[in-house]
Design a protein around this ligand. Structure first.
Ligand SMILES: *[C@@H]1O[C@H](CO)[C@@H](O)[C@H](O)[C@H]1NC(C)=O
Ligand SMILES: *[C@@H]1O[C@H](CO)[C@@H](O)[C@H](O)[C@H]1NC(C)=O
Ligand SMILES: *[C@@H]1O[C@H](CO)[C@@H](O)[C@H](O)[C@H]1NC(C)=O
Ligand SMILES: *[C@@H]1O[C@H](CO)[C@@H](O)[C@H](O)[C@H]1NC(C)=O
Ligand SMILES: *[C@@H]1O[C@H](CO)[C@@H](O)[C@H](O)[C@H]1NC(C)=O
Length: 594
């Protein structure tokens, strides 16, 4: 708990002059109390608190701590002890704090005025000058229009989020050697409202949050100690040359939702950020992947730009890249260089959905596990398009323009680890053969399937879920024994097809069977003979008439929880029982749809 004396001495030396005396006098105390967290952990002292009264409606349990949070105060409490070190005034209606009120609390370390009604006129900021132990200052959610001109040099953390600040002064955050975190998001700051060198003499700042303001430029001379820097939701057009060049500790940089174009940055904008792991440039105006990205990046957000090409050498230096998000851009496959992902051995997740890809791009990262290519214009899958993606586990090709003749029979032959494949929303009329045996989830809904090729589902012993909803499948579309090898299948969705009967010989493992919106006109006693474990059967919107559903078809299904034959169909004999059940089912289905 106690700070090593070396550090304490170093602090005293930093605060030479006015602080030296204070360091000696207050030594014992300083060692014990270093902030809010410790304060909270401390067990109540057995010694009677000194004879100071606690302001009405407040509680003063721990020594030096006064808690008046959320007690509807409209004024700063007048009768505070001068020994107050932690003052909680958050969630009140306070409009004004005067110099006199503040300056007598000279031992104050934590001041929480979050969520009040303070205006800049109402906050007499000269009062802060006297608080030479103030470390934590919380002023978020007030109505301040300008930051205080001078905050004490003891400050460690300052929260001014969600005010209406347009102005910050040189000594608001400057000359604070201990300052670590500054929160300024959700204000009205423009470039003109910031001093030339906002953190002059504050060389310990680690966190700076300036999201949701009106900045057009990234401020210059940021402290090199920063590791988290957020500028999202501003009007950034340009990152000045070398604005980030000294930020060797920076790990997380948020620049999303701005107006940055490639002209607004240069090939050295990011290149010195040797600790950067997380860069978010999404929702900007980039037309190309920026140059000079640092090699340590793990996660790169470039989605929602206008990126139309990827050059050979922009991504390849980023050796640690694991996640690359390029969705919602204007990429065409022919504008992605075939060496663009070369050597990116850690890249496992690549999102390229909502682009203009006309085929599977060449040279995709060899170790990719997740590849999202949905909502593109891909019209064919050639024999070798996927042939090098040995480690792929999830491939989503839904909502493209793939037709059966242009889907090569052997296209999937190398994907021995593929677990999830989505081909929904294409123009397939035959379920392709040669799908990987490793598949666990297969979705081919919203196509024009009218045939399942012989053996297409053969020995997929890991397949748990198949969705073939909204196709043109008839019972005769399935080859004999189509379901036989599917020894793990639990969910089968054949809704929205043209089936005239419940399929026979479904696997014993089946738990949910969706058959709604077909042409089924009868359910014979034998319908669910092979599926004793079934929990849900959905038969709504078929052509079932009252006596076409043989009740005994369900009588042996011990796990059946949901039987939905639809609101319009007439029900078999035990009307009361079944009616109740049906009502519940309807509810369940609605919840499912959420
Ligand atoms: C930074 O602070 C030093 C004093 O420590 C001062 O001399 C200098 O003018 C300041 N620079 C700016 C740009 O404010
Ligand atoms: C940046 O580009 C300039 C020319 O445009 C070049 O001289 C410089 O070496 C490049 N820097 C890096 C880090 O690639
Ligand atoms: C986006 O960048 C292009 C240049 O690449 C520029 O012409 C255009 O005005 C920019 N759009 C916005 C909204 O900044
Ligand atoms: C494919 O992506 C879409 C959109 O994100 C998603 O809804 C769908 O579940 C994905 N397919 C699979 C098999 O995960
Ligand atoms: C199958 O796809 C349809 C159509 O998108 C969807 O409504 C249904 O919920 C899916 N089935 C399952 C079991 O997820």
């Amino acid at each position: 708990m106690a700070r090593p004396p070396g550090l304490l001495q170093a602090l005293c030396v930093l605060m030479v002059g006015w602080a030296l005396v204070h360091c000696q006098v207050g030594r014992e105390e300083e060692v014990e109390e270093d902030g809010v967290e410790e304060e909270e952990e401390r067990t109540p002292s057995t010694v009677e608190p000194e004879m100071t009264h606690c302001p009405e409606d407040c509680s003063c349990k721990a020594e030096g701590a006064v808690d008046c949070a959320g007690v509807d105060l409209s004024e700063f409490p007048g009768d505070l002890s001068e020994n107050t070190r932690q003052l909680s005034l958050q969630n009140n209606q306070i409009r004004e704090v005067t110099v006199e009120q503040l300056s007598r609390l000279h031992l104050l370390e934590t001041l929480n005025l979050q969520n009040n009604r303070l205006t800049s006129q109402g906050l007499e900021d000269e009062g802060f000058e006297m608080l030479d132990r103030l470390s934590y200052l919380y002023l978020a959610n007030n109505k301040l229009t300008a930051a205080p001109r001078l905050l004490p040099s003891s400050l460690v953390s300052a929260d001014f989020a969600a005010n209406q600040l347009t102005k910050v002064y040189p000594n608001t955050f400057g000359q604070k050697p201990r300052l670590k975190s500054v929160y300024l998001h959700n204000n009205k700051l423009t470039d003109a409202g910031l001093p030339e060198n906002m953190f002059n003499g504050s060389d310990s700042v680690e966190i700076l949050i300036m999201s949701s303001n009106f900045l057009r430029y990234v401020p210059k001379n940021l402290p090199s100690s920063i590791y988290r820097l957020h500028f999202k939701n501003n009007k950034l057009e340009k990152i000045p040359h070398q604005a980030f060049s000294s930020l060797s500790q920076l790990r997380e940089l948020y620049l999303q939702n701005n107006l940055l174009s490639n002209d607004g940055m240069d090939n050295e904008t990011f290149s010195h950020l040797s600790s950067l792991e997380y860069l978010d440039l999404s929702n900007n105006n980039l037309s190309a992947v920026p140059k000079g990205l640092p090699r340590g990046l793990v996660l790169l957000h470039l989605e929602k730009n206008s990126i139309h090409s990827i050059a050979a050498d922009v991504l390849t230096p980023v050796r640690n890249l694991e996640y690359l998000l390029l969705h919602n851009n204007k990429l065409r496959s022919r504008n992605i260089h075939h060496m663009a992902f070369q050597g990116l051995k850690k890249l496992h997740t690549l999102h390229m959905y909502n682009n203009l890809l006309e085929r599977v791009p060449r040279g995709l990262p060899r170790r990719a596990k997740t590849l999202m290519l949905l909502h593109n214009l891909i019209s064919e899958i050639n024999r070798n398009d996927l042939a090098l993606l040995y480690t792929l586990t999830e491939l989503n090709l839904s909502y493209n323009k793939i037709t059966s003749p242009r889907m090569h029979k052997e296209a999937f032959r190398k994907l021995r680890l593929l677990e999830s494949l989505d081909l929904s929303g294409n123009s397939l009329h035959v379920l392709p053969v040669g799908l990987p045996k490793s598949l666990q989830v297969l979705k081919v809904k919203d196509n024009q399937l009218n045939s399942i090729s012989d053996g297409a589902l053969g020995s997929m012993s890991k397949l748990r879920e198949i969705n073939l909803s909204n196709n043109q499948l008839k019972l005769s579309s399935f080859y004999q024994g189509a379901w036989q090898g599917l020894s793990s299948l639990t969910v089968l969705d054949l809704s929205g097809n043209q089936l005239s009967h419940v399929p026979v010989d479904l696997p014993e493992t089946l738990e949910y069977l969706y058959l709604q919106s077909n042409r089924i006109s009868s359910v014979p006693a034998s319908a669910f003979e092979s599926t004793p474990n079934i929990k849900g059967i959905f038969l709504r919107y078929n052509r079932l008439s009252a006596n076409a559903v043989v009740e005994s078809a369900f009588s042996h299904l011990m796990n059946l929880q949901v039987l939905d034959v639809g609101p319009t169909s007439t029900r078999p004999t035990h009307e009361d029982d079944l009616e109740e059940e049906t009502d519940e089912e309807e509810e369940e289905i609605e919840e499912d749809g959420q």
